[in-house]
Design a protein around this ligand. Structure first.
Ligand SMILES: Nc1ncnc2c1ncn2[C@@H]1O[C@H](COP(=O)(O)OP(=O)(O)O)[C@@H](O)[C@H]1O
Ligand SMILES: [Mg+2]
Length: 165
């Protein structure tokens, strides 16, 4: 199991379905207030991963790429709300601050694509996911926990992928 350090680990995805499936694994353990930040080039699999997370979390709604509409909302039977923000079109963190992300975080998990563009507007504690295109079918995913809560979340997630090592 490739561990970079105590707070991060790496996963090589060998196809779209793998990326979606590990997104599902993470989605099943997400709770209200969890913030998942995604960084990676166009086509690196950010939206695919968020699709998995929303499915695992229990979304009744289909996940689409929010590139043109900024923010998507997915609902669950129990009234939970999963927010999916695409920061591609935001100029900087000031734009994001105007969105008042806190009110979204209160009602459910928040996933942010192109998170690096609005970093100052995001909570200091979060799970950061860096996706890199290796070749046509492979993506390199690196997960890094920021803050003790996310370290526990990452341990839990890692265990769900690799078993209790
Ligand atoms: N291992 C992989 N993981 C995720 N996507 C992959 C993978 N291999 C190929 N792809 C393809 O790359 C594209 C990723 O698109 P998308 O998830 O929308 O990326 P992003 O949101 O980062 O722009 C899709 O067309 C998908 O089928
Ligand atoms: Mg996308």
């Amino acid at each position: 199991m490739p561990i970079l350090d105590q707070n991060s680990f790496e996963f090589i995805s060998r196809g779209t379905e793998y990326t979606r499936r590990i997104g599902i694994r993470l989605g099943t353990i997400l709770r209200d207030g969890d913030v998942i930040c995604l960084e990676g080039d166009l086509g690196s699999g950010k939206t695919t991963f968020v699709q998995g997370m929303a499915i695992g979390w229990g979304s009744l709604d289909q996940v689409t790429s929010p590139t043109f509409i900024l923010l998507n909302l997915y609902r669950r039977l129990d009234g939970g709300q999963f927010h999916h923000l695409d920061a591609y079109r935001l100029k900087d963190a000031k734009d994001a601050e105007a969105l008042d992300l806190e009110r979204y975080i209160e009602t459910g998990p928040l996933a942010v694509e192109w998170a690096e563009r609005i970093k100052p507007a995001l909570p200091a504690d979060h799970l950061w996911v860096t996706l890199r295109i290796v070749d046509m079918d492979q993506r390199d995913l690196v997960f890094t926990a920021h803050g003790s809560y996310y370290k526990k979340l990452l341990d839990n997630f890692r265990m769900r992928i690799y078993g209790g090592l």
